[in-house]
Each structure stands twice: as C-alpha cells, then as structure tokens.
Design a protein around this ligand. Structure first.
Ligand SMILES: [Zn+2]
Length: 855
C-alpha cells in the first residue's frame, strides 16, 4: 500500500518522543482455533443505496479436537442467519464487532465443514461507493474496496487478521452497465435482463489473507496487453483510456525484472490495475488486482517531475512481498512495505542505472530522517501501538528499505540475490515474521546477520558520523578519524558496520573497507602523497547522518572528479557555504551546466541560491535553459532565495505563466511565495486556475499565497476549500489556511471555524487537509474537536492523524510559550543590563568625583 498522508505531514518532534504511549495496547498475532480454507461471497451490490446483501460461505477445519464455537469478525453487519453444512441453522451472538457462532456439536481436528452466513450491510469503510452528486456532477458511479489493514470485515464476515490464508471466490451482482473485477480469474459472467443486473464470478486459487480480497465495480475504459502469456489489464475511468499507453509503458519491464530476480515468475493468472475515483491511498496491492488513485495517470507534461513508475513498481513488488508472502502481524509490516519500498528503486536501477538508483535511495532515507527528527524514533519491529494504521509510517517503509539496502551491501551482490530467491521459495504462499527472513539468509548463504537485525530492526536510530582526515608527510599515512555522535541510550545503540573509504591519490582512486564499531576510531591508510580527496561511503550504502568538514580545494576536486552522485551532491552543499569566491562559482557553474545527472545539476543550483551574491544569480541563469524540468525547478527555488529581487521575480513570474511542465510552474509559485516580492500576490492569483496534473499548479499557488502572509489571501484560499473543487485542491487549501493562521494570530478564530467545519466533511482528502491545517496553525482551541475525531471516527487513518495532530499542537504551544519566555528573559536581561549600565555610570561618576576631590 502506498499512502500520502503520513510521511511529511508533521512539523515537530524528536527522537525522544514516543511512538506509542504506555496506555497503547499490544498487538501480537491472534491465536487460531481453525484453518479457514475458503471464503465464498455471493453478494449483490446496490450502488444507489450503498449496500451489500448476500451470503458468505466459509469452509473451515479445526486445528484441535473439540471445536464447539468460533469467533469471526464483522463490523456493523446485519446478520440474518447462520447455517451449517446440513443447512441447519445455528445460534450466534453478534455485537458491533464480533460474530460468535455456536456450532451445536464438537468438530474434530482436520475435519472440514462449512458455515453460510446471510447478511446485509451499509459499509462505513472497507467498501466505498462513489456517485455523481450536485457538487460533483461528473463523478462516475463506482464501487471499490480497501481491506488493509482490517476493514474488509465491514463488508463481509470472515476471519480478518493477516495470519491465515485461504482461497476465495467472489460472485458479485451489480448494475448491468457495470463491470466488476475481483481477485484471480473470471469463471463466468452472466446477465439478468429482467433485474437489469450483471453477475461476475471470480476465483482466486492461490491462498491469500482476508485483507487482500477486493472488488472494483463501475464503467471503465479497458486496455489489455500480454506479458509472457499473462494478461496485463488496465481499467481506468471512462474517457481516460487514451492515457493508458503512456502511463503504464514500463509495466512489462517491471514484470520481467521481478520475475527474474525473485526466481518466481509472476504467480497469478492476470495482473489487473484499476484506477478509481477518490481512492484513499496511492495504491493497494490486492492479489492480481492493484487499485490505484487517479493521479497516477500522466500526460506528456508530467514526467519526469512526477513518475508513476515508483507507485507501480511498489505495488507490483507487493505481489511477491506482501501477497505471495505476507506479514504474520502488523508489527512486522516492514516485510511487506520495506520490501516493496526497496524493490521499487531496485527496478529503477535495472531500468535507469546506478545514479538514478542511488539518488532514489537517498530520497528514501530523507523520508525516514524527517520522521525520526520531527515525530518519533522507534524500532522497525514493534507490537505496541494504538491503531494498526500507526504502522504505516516512514520507519516501516523508508527505513526498512534502507536496511534491506545495507543487507545487500553486507552480503554482496551474489549472496543477496541468492538469499532473496531462497526466501521467496522457502516461504511461498505463507506468513512470515522478521526472523524468517534472517533464517532464510542464513540457510541460503551461511551468513548470520543477528547483529544486523538486532541493531537495525529491533533497536532504533542510526549512526551520526563525524569524519575527518589528515595526512602525515613523514610516515606517508592518511589518518581517518570516525566518531559516532549519536547519544547511545534507550533505543539507540552504538552501531557496528562496514564502510567503504575511497582515497584519490595523484588522480588515482582506490577503495578500502573499514569496520566501524566504537564511539571514536582512527584508521590508517598508506598513501604515497597527500590525497586529493577522501570519500566516506561514496556509494551511500549505510543509513547515516554524516558531518565531514572539508576545505575548498578538496570540495573542488570532489565536485569535478568523484564519480558517484552523493559525493558530488555533498560537494555542492559544502561549496554553497563559501561566499565571494570565483573558483567556487565557476565550479558550480560547470556542475550546473555540464554534469550529466539531474540531481547534481540541481544541487549546484541550490548551492548558488545559498550563496546569493550577484555572481551566483548571474550563474543561475544558465540553468534556465536546462531541458530537464527538475533542474529548472531547482533554479526557480534558488531564485526564490533572492528576496524582493526584481530580476529574479520577473523570471519566476514568467515561469508561472508560461512553463508548460506543470510541476515547474508550480515550483515557480512556491519560489515567488518565498521571495515575498510585492508583486507576487497579484501575479499568483491571476494564474491559480490553470489545469494541471494532480492540480499541482493551483495547490502550489495556494501554498505560495499563504507563504506571503497577507490576510487578503484568506478569502481567496477559503473558496478553494469548498465542495465542488477537486479534492486535492481542497486539501491544499485547508493546509494553506492553517499556514495563514500560524502566521496571522488575530485570524486564528476565523480560520479555525472554517477548518473545524471541514473536519465533518464527507470527502477524505478535505478532512485530512482540515486536520493537517489545524495542526499547522497550532491552535489549542482546536484540540477538543480533534479529540472527537480521534475517538469517534471509524476510519483509522483519521484517528491516527488526529492523535498525532493533537500532540503536534501541544508541542507547538509549548514552543511558542518557550519563545515568549525566552523573549521575556531577554527583555529582563536587557533591562538588567540597562540598569547595570546606569549603575556603573553612576558609580563611575561617583568615583570621578572622589578622584577629583583627591586631585
Ligand atoms: Zn505498499
């Protein structure tokens, strides 16, 4: 699953902040009393009423003798009747969450029997009904489900936890105009002319956990192609068929890559992707049927700024990691999400090469660092948390991907892939926990990675290295000192890890491998002359923070001669701190205009923006001609640093009006917001409504208006929060209002009223925007309303976000109070100082008098 909500939503926090309070419950895998072998749903979906009605037939087999009753999950279902294999009706009890069935006799271990449960429901979550409305007349009729983590129980009764697998069958009757897709293969399709319905009968023969069962129904444009005999099907909203070919052009390449590296050819009878309206995540990897949000559809003005391949590769990788093998409990969710988040960049490496891969891994790591610095620190594997949705964070996704990357480094290329293939073979169609992967590595390669697993999966944090080197001319030795600066306490250990060092001596590069294990260590290397540069982990294998202060000459060498992305980017960062130096400007210019890799050109632009001299500005202009819109965006961002500068502003205003690449135009708005130029406000307002992928132009325009801190923006931004606007715009507008409230204290009451109203909105993203906006504003008066969301909201994502936002507001309030206190203290000091000065003056005067008298 891929989510947009969590990664970058928070603004405060620290490694000391707790992930889950003492009061949070523990979530270990549930005990099982039976094996659920097969689920057969025979249901009718009414898209007008938003209801489900039918029968769930479960085939079960007791694990131990004497099974007399069973507990199933079913939330807000109306259970009409329960019957056994002989159609005998059975007693049951049902509260709002659990369905307890008395079997009327004791069943022996291994026997098999069925239960038929007739039910109906109007799901609040798990299954979503999309329909046209007065405010959204163009919305299609559509039904889709989202089972993960445990929401499928809201539309059918079953065993809804990940630690058991069953085959499944879905017989679904829908409106005759609709097509209904489900897992596995289509056995039969029939029509009922009298009832005006169509029935689809799907069978998934590969056992999978309950949360991966899905139905998507509606009117679609359908495109199909074949990859090695497997149908690849694309279902997209009517009218968007022409976008399929370009959007999904890399799918066959991904199928080939994953099949090859895992040693398992794609194991399902089809791979369908359904693009649906108002999806609540980026994508969801139901077996053989991935559901995607509609923002994944692209046109020629979208790439390379937005690449849907990341999402597609992530979801496809799940068909192996998550679906073929599934985490036993949500505490080990990284086994699904960390793998998918690593195998996505791995595909990029295979398709686009090493630089692209290393840069992507760097960005993955940044996502984790941000959460670690601003929200909390936790081990990747945990069992104590409030909601299952809490596990969908950057530790589960990003950090785990970085840890897999390090495991690949520790094992080396051949053994890594050997271990992966063994793991996939050994745990085929089963549940896994973290230790299973460790043991699989050992079985395949003989390597015991207990220490690696211990420090990276069961403890928290990362090494914070400070590195320096010197050369001794007499001994011809390079002394490299490595310190681990992280505070070793509670969760955070001292790390033991191999690291690669690259020495460039007389223009020749050589690699050495060291083992870091102590708080401070010095390593010695022979060198016939003083090295031109020394690089620490040039391939960026290790998840770490790095401080490596270097002199200008070494940085200049590095930007020109390092042949890896990260050292070059780091050189740009280092040079960005040196002002008024011609060598620096010309080296950055060379990098900006000549480096073959976009991220290096961007880093050079960023450095020039930091230098912010007239020369730097003139040099930046060369980047405006870059064919890659990502580089132009970095140039716009850098120009935004020249506050209230007319020349920079004119360029940004032109880009806002004329850039045909959506994200480049959007970035120009943000840069104008940052520039605070007096003409920025009116310029941005004029261009707000230009259509763009994911409405990025409008969204960034609204954010930029908020950045200008002008109360005039409130009425404009407010209009975009209204129903009828696209949901992504409404979310951005709510966020922008929150930002305005943060800046403009006297407007907080008005803004809070608007946002609180949207907490009750029926639209998912608007509601998220409202919660986020209240968090950004940091207004403690909003806390009671957020607590209501936290306590009463059925959808876990909202509960989680509301809980975190309450914390965020409390921290923000404390921080403001601290600032006020500091200011008061400062004022007091100043007063005291004045006082002191006066007294000193007085004393001096007196002394003078005394002296005069004596003279
Ligand atoms: Zn995922």
């Amino acid at each position: 699953m891929e989510s947009f909500v969590f990664c970058r939503a928070y603004h405060l926090g620290a490694p000391d902040r707790v992930f889950a309070e003492e009061s949070a419950p523990e979530h270990y895998p549930r005990d099982r009393t039976f094996h659920l072998r097969h689920v057969r749903l025979n249901i009718r979906l009414d898209e007008r009423e938003g209801t489900v009605e039918g029968t769930a037939t479960l085939t079960l087999s007791p694990l131990n003798d004497g099974l007399r009753d069973i507990d199933l999950d079913g939330e807000d279902l109306h259970i009409q009747k329960v019957a056994d294999s002989d159609r005998k009706s059975l007693d049951f009890e049902h509260d709002t969450r659990k369905l307890k069935i008395r079997l009327g006799r004791a069943y022996k271990a291994g026997t098999e029997f069925t239960l038929s449960i007739a039910y109906d429901c109007k799901p609040k979550k798990g299954m979503f009904f999309i329909r046209p409305s007065k405010t959204y007349p163009r919305h299609p009729w559509m039904i889709w489900t989202q089972g993960e983590e445990e929401d499928n129980r809201c539309w059918f009764p079953s065993y809804d936890a990940p630690n058991q697998r069953m085959t499944s069958e879905v017989i679904v009757r829908v409106n005759e105009k609709h097509f209904a897709i489900s897992n596995g293969r289509l056995l039969k399709e029939s029509r009922d002319a009298r009832r005006k319905t169509r029935t689809f009968h799907w069978l998934q023969e590969v056992p999978h956990p309950n949360y991966l069962i899905t139905i998507v129904s509606g009117e679609f444009d359908v495109v199909e192609e074949t990859w090695e005999g497997v149908p690849l099907q694309y279902y997209v909203p009517k009218g968007r068929g022409p976008q399929v070919k370009d959007t999904f052009r890399y799918l066959p390449s991904m199928m080939t890559f994953y099949s090859k590296v895992t040693g398992l050819k794609y194991p399902y009878p089809k791979y369908a992707q359904a693009v649906v309206q108002d999806f609540t995540f980026g994508g969801m990897e139901n077996t053989s049927l991935t559901v995607l949000y509609d923002g994944c559809l692209v046109d020629p003005h979208t790439r390379p700024d937005y690449r849907p391949e990341g999402l597609f590769a992530h979801e496809l990788a799940h068909q192996w990691f998550g679906d073929w093998m599934t985490t036993k409990s949500w505490g080990h969710l990284w086994l699904n999400e960390g793998f998918a988040s690593y195998f996505d960049p791995l595909w990029f490496e295979a398709e686009f090469g090493r630089d692209e891969f290393q840069w992507r891994m760097h960005e993955v790591a940044q996502g984790y660092f941000e959460e670690d610095a601003k929200s909390y620190r936790r081990p990747i594997v945990v069992h104590k948390y409030h909601d299952n949705e809490d596990m969908l964070d950057s530790h589960t996704y990003n950090k785990a991907a970085c840890v897999l990357h390090m495991i690949r480094y520790v094992l080396g290329e051949d053994l890594w892939w050997k271990a992966i293939r063994h793991y996939v073979r050994r745990h085929a169609i089963s549940n896994v926990e973290t230790n299973d992967f460790k043991v699989a590595i050992e079985e395949a390669t003989g390597r015991n990675l207990d220490r690696v697993f211990d420090q990276w999966f069961y403890k928290g944090g990362h090494p914070d290295f400070e590195v320096s080197w010197k050369y001794d001319d007499k001994t011809k030795l390079v002394a490299l000192t490595v310190k681990q600066k992280q505070e070793v306490k509670d969760l955070t250990p001292l790390f033991l890890t191999p690291v690669e060092i690259e020495l460039h001596v007389k223009g020749k590069a050589r690699r050495e491998r060291i083992e870091v294990s102590r708080p401070e260590q010095t390593f010695f290397f022979d060198a016939s002359a003083k090295p031109d540069m020394v690089l620490f982990d040039p391939d960026n294998w290790i998840l770490k923070k790095l401080t490596f202060e270097k002199q200008k000459d070494e940085l200049l060498q590095q930007i020109q001669h390092a042949d890896r992305v990260m050292p070059k980017v780091q050189a740009c960062e280092g040079l960005g701190k040196i002002l008024h130096d011609d060598d620096v400007i010309s080296a950055l210019k060379a990098a900006l205009t000549k480096d073959p890799f976009h991220a290096v050109r961007r880093a050079a632009a960023k450095a020039l923006g930091e230098i912010r001299t007239g020369d730097a500005k003139a040099t930046l202009m060369a980047g405006l001609r870059d064919k890659d819109s990502r580089v132009r965006r970095a140039v716009y961002e850098a120009l935004g640093q020249f506050r209230e500068d007319d020349e920079a502003f004119e360029i940004l205003a032109k880009a806002w009006r004329e850039e045909t690449m959506y994200y480049a135009a959007g970035t120009a708005a943000l840069a104008m917001g940052n520039s605070r130029h007096p003409r920025a406000f009116d310029t941005i307002v004029k261009g707000l409504d230009r259509p763009a992928h994911g409405n990025i132009i409008t969204r960034n325009g609204l954010t930029a208006l908020a950045e200008l801190r002008d109360a005039k923006a409130i009425d404009i931004v407010k209009k975009y929060t209204r129903a009828g606007e696209p949901e992504w715009i409404r979310q951005a507008a709510c966020n922008a209002l929150g930002k305005l409230g943060d800046y403009l204290e006297d407007k907080r009451d008005d803004i809070r009223d608007i946002l609180v109203l949207h907490l009750r909105d029926t639209n998912y993203r608007t509601k998220i925007g409202a919660i986020q906006g209240l968090g950004t504003m940091g207004d403690p008066k909003a806390i009671p309303e957020l607590q209501k969301v936290q306590e009463q909201e059925p959808i876990g994502t909202f509960r989680r976000l509301a809980r975190r936002t309450v914390k965020q507001i409390q921290e923000k309030v404390a921080e403001r109070a601290k600032k006020v206190e500091q200011q008061a203290e400062l004022d007091k000091l100043k007063d005291e100082n004045k006082d002191l000065k006066a007294r000193v003056a007085k004393l001096e005067g007196q002394v003078e008098k005394v002296l005069k008298k004596r003279r």
